[in-house]
Design a protein around this ligand. Structure first.
Ligand code: PPE
Length: 311
């Protein structure tokens, strides 16, 4: 991975290589942590963190669902990310806030363990590969099902829960595909290992509803708003696996992946086997939104006063 100079750790900026935790940290043993993935972009009016407050709010919600009070306020964590970008001189980057149960308690009762909070930021390029946006990726429906609300809390972006995505991702990768699509416990389409999923059929956009145990993606929400602003209908409903094969277009959305076209699923070409026109149009408007070029989405930008480079 690429690096930056400093990491924000429990209220202080420390050198990247010094941001360490004890091997007996609770979160390392039991996955007791929650995290976010956020992106900052260079915009027409300076660097800005995209939908920052929404990401911070989700971090607090994720933590609360696992009975983990954070020792900072949302506003303090928002400000911490600003300080971090400014200190690192980062004008465009991925931002990873994480809160986890720290060192001091072993065993499965975590409520007396300390809660540590860190925020790191570094440059991170195309998550699903350079071709994922203009050409598209090849995806495979995983044999692993998305964990459901009987066993975990799918609405929480919790560290330990990602073992589920990781099994699916490894399976897809070993079989030669770029991404895995997980079905939910009922066999309906759930989401990608790290993205929400959409299909386009006869000009209408369809995406799994939240009741199937998917993560409520912030990019998903942005894309639904953009699509409706473009006059497109968006339907949230249960989607059968085979509907993906018959779709005109499929794409996945996430902070890291942004909007990636899916050109093939289980070796069936999606539509013409290339990125479709609706996907391309949504990508274009999303790009305008994150770059501050579309005033309709100005409230999504949290501007950061990163000084301009001196060279
Ligand atoms: N589903 C899952 C399971 C998921 O991990 C993500 C984000 C999404 C949907 C989309 O959510 P949003 O980013 O709010 O639109 N995945 C993050 C982590 C990826 C990683 O490899 O780590 C991300 O995109 O930052």
């Amino acid at each position: 991975m690429e690096q930056a100079d400093l990491i924000w750790h429990n209220g202080e900026l420390v050198a990247w290589e010094d941001a360490k935790v004890h091997v007996l940290s609770h979160g390392l043993h039991y996955g007791t942590g929650v995290f976010e993935g956020v992106r900052a972009y260079e915009t027409a009016t300076g660097p800005a963190i995209f939908r920052h407050q929404d990401h911070v709010a989700r971090l607090f919600r994720s933590a609360d669902l696992y009975y983990m009070p954070l020792p900072f306020t949302p506003e303090e964590l928002r400000q911490a990310a600003h300080d971090l970008l400014i200190a690192n001189g980062l004008r465009e980057c991925y931002i990873r806030p994480i809160a986890f149960r720290g060192y001091g308690v072993m065993g499965l009762f975590p409520l007396e363990a300390p809660v540590d909070v860190s925020i790191a930021a570094w440059p991170w390029g195309a998550y699903l590969g350079e071709d994922s946006k203009a050409i598209g990726i090849r995806a495979k429906v995983a044999s692993w099902r998305r964990m459901n609300g009987d066993s975990f809390i799918p609405e929480s972006k919790a560290c330990g829960q990602y073992l589920n995505s990781i099994l699916a991702k490894i399976e897809a990768h070993k079989a030669g595909y770029e991404e895995a699509i997980l079905l939910d416990q009922r066999g309906f389409v759930g989401e990608g290992s790290g993205e929400n999923i959409f299909l386009v059929k006869h000009g209408v956009i369809h995406t799994p509803s939240l009741s199937g145990g998917i993560l409520e993606g912030i990019t998903r929400n942005s894309v639904m708003r953009i699509a409706r602003d473009l006059g497109l209908d968006v339907v949230e409903r249960d989607i059968a696996r085979t509907e993906l094969y018959a779709a005109d277009e499929v794409f996945v959305t996430g902070t890291a992946a942004e909007i990636a076209a899916v050109r093939e699923i289980d070796d069936h070409p999606v539509g013409e086997g290339v990125r479709g026109p609706v996907t391309a149009e949504l990508q274009r408007v999303y790009e305008d939104a994150i770059r501050g070029r579309d005033p309709r989405y100005a409230e999504w930008l949290d501007h950061v006063a990163v000084p301009a480079p001196t060279v």
